[in-house]
Design a binder for this molecule. Structure first.
Ligand SMILES: Nc1nc2c(c(=O)[nH]1)N[C@H]1C(S)=C(S)[C@@H](COP(=O)(O)O)O[C@H]1N2
Ligand SMILES: [Mo]
Length: 258
C-alpha cells in the first residue's frame, strides 16, 4: 500500500520527468531565446524547492559509529591560511580569537574559544562528501549554531547566516576570503554546529582551526573552515559576487543538498 508521502513523491517525480523531457526537446530551438534562458536560470529555485518537498528539511543526516571513523580525515581547499591576522592568532594559540556574531541581530556578541567550549555541545559522527569525489567519516564536537543564535536574537528580517572565514583564496589586494551561507532552516538544524574538535582532539589547522561549520546535509564546500565572524543578513546582494559563497560566486549551486 502506498503511503501518502510515496504518492506525493511519485507525482512530483512524474512532474519533474515531464518538465525534463520538455526542456530537452525544446532546448535546441529555445536556447537562443532570452526569456527562455531566464526561465532555465529560475529552474535552479525549482529544483531547490523540489528537494525541500521530497526530503523534508528537518530530516537528520546519517550518523555513524566510532568503528566507521576514517584513520585520517582528509583536508581540502585551504590547509594553512597565510593571512597575517590568522598567523597572529596561531602564534597566540588562539587565546585572542573571538567569534563575532552581528548583522541583523538584537544583541551582537563575540565569544572566545573558552566561552564556546563552555556552552552546550553536540558530538556527531558524520560523512563529509566533497564535490571533487571523495568522502570521509569523522567525529565532530561543537556548539550548535541554534544555541549561538539564541544568544544574539536574530531580527525578524534575518533570512540567512553568512560565515566569514580567515583565509584569502587569491593573492591580490581585493577581499577574496572564503565565505559561505545557509538559510535559517539549516542554521537551526540540530546537526548544524560550529566544531572545535575533530576525532576527540582540537581541530587541526588543516581542517579549519579554531572553528569550522558542519552543515551535515550539504556538500563539503558549505562547511566553512576558519570561521571568524557570523553575519545575519536578509539578502546576498551586497556581499561580494552576490551568490552567497566563494564557490557560488564561481558558479557552484548555493543549495548543495546531499
Ligand atoms: N575557509 C575555508 N573553508 C572551506 C574550504 C576552504 O578552502 N576554505 N574548502 C571547502 C571544501 S571544498 C571542502 S571539501 C571542505 C574540506 O574540509 P576539510 O579540509 O576539513 O576536509 O572545507 C570547505 N570549507
Ligand atoms: Mo570540497
Amino acid at each position: 500500500m502506498n503511503s501518502p508521502s510515496t504518492g506525493r513523491r511519485r507525482i512530483l517525480r512524474g512532474a519533474l520527468a515531464a518538465a525534463g523531457t520538455m526542456l530537452l526537446s525544446a532546448c535546441d530551438k529555445l536556447s537562443h531565446n532570452e526569456s527562455f534562458v531566464n526561465f532555465l536560470k529560475s529552474a535552479q529555485h525549482l529544483s531547490r524547492s523540489a528537494h525541500k518537498a521530497v526530503s523534508a528539511r528537518k530530516a537528520m543526516a546519517q550518523e555513524f559509529t566510532e568503528a566507521d571513523i576514517a584513520p585520517h580525515f582528509r583536508s581540502n581547499g585551504t590547509l594553512m591560511p597565510r593571512d597575517e591576522h590568522y598567523r597572529d592568532l596561531v602564534r597566540g594559540m588562539f587565546m585572542d580569537y573571538k567569534l563575532k556574531i552581528d548583522g541583523l541581530v538584537e544583541t551582537p556578541a563575540a565569544f572566545s574559544l573558552a566561552e564556546l567550549r563552555a556552552m552546550p555541545s553536540r558530538t556527531q559522527i558524520t560523512r563529509h562528501d566533497c564535490v571533487e569525489g571523495w568522502s570521509a567519516i569523522g567525529k565532530w564536537k561543537g556548539v550548535p549554531l541554534a544555541h549561538l543564535l539564541a544568544q544574539v536574537k536574530p531580527l525578524p528580517s534575518a533570512k540567512y547566516v553568512v560565515f566569514r572565514c580567515a583565509d584569502s583564496m587569491d593573492s591580490g589586494s581585493s577581499d577574496s576570503t572564503y565565505y559561505e551561507s545557509v538559510d535559517l532552516d539549516d542554521a537551526y538544524h540540530p546537526q548544524t554546529i560550529l566544531a572545535y574538535d575533530l576525532n576527540d582532539a582540537a581541530l587541526p589547522m588543516s581542517n579549519g582551526a579554531p572553528l569550522r561549520a558542519r552543515i551535515e546535509r550539504q556538500l563539503g564546500y558549505k562547511h566553512a573552515k576558519y570561521v571568524m565572524r557570523i553575519e545575519l543578513v536578509d539578502s546576498f546582494d551586497k556581499i561580494r559576487g552576490g551568490n552567497g559563497g566563494y564557490w557560488e560566486d564561481l558558479g557552484y549551486e548555493w543549495y548543495a543538498g546531499i
